[in-house]
Design a protein around this ligand. Sequence first.
Ligand code: 5GP
Length: 202
Amino acid sequence: MTVSSPTPLDTLTVEAGTPRLGRLIVFTGPSGVGKGTLLRSLRQRYPAIKLSVSATTRSPRPGEIDGKDYFFVSRDEFQTMVEQGDLLEWAEFAGNFYGTPKTPVIKEIEAGQWVILEIELEGARQVRETFPNALQLFVLPPSIEELENRIRQRGTDADAAIERRLQRALVEIDAAAEFDEQIVNDDFEVALQQLEKAIFSN
Ligand code: 5GP
């Protein structure tokens, strides 16, 4: 895709605004590590926390709902969003494009909400530049072998896609120390507690 890198946000004023502002939480970790499951449980306990719905050019997996899990868009539609500056961050991941629609996130933060972005490493790095006050959390698997098992067991991806995701996982795990906190998703309940603690104590 021949598009320029994301422009710095004109939304930085949000950071300097009133005390009523909400907060932005970035949640990153390799594909298959269980980010989605952790966030689902977190939101069952704290329904007020918002989860940003990303746009993606990936095809829906069985059961995924357009507008709820993702906004499923064509490559042309995605490119238009990038060109119009509609995305807060975006990245290519395993052959598809993913990005965070800017307006809903800004509106929610301005309304005092807590908003979580579940995004991959490159997007998290972009948000670090534009929202330096965002809390950045990284989820690690107990081991690479266990991560591979989880991705394969999910059974939603073709072999080539699994390989791309595993290669990318190694790169992402190497960058875990860039984040404010690391959560190891071995025992799910322990990981969930760690996540709650990270969010409410930071
Ligand atoms: P999946 O295809 O498994 O749903 O997502 C693949 C990767 O893309 C995951 O690591 C997920 O966190 C990430 N991702 C989902 N939405 C976004 C987004 O809006 N921006 C970025 N940068 N990554 C995203």
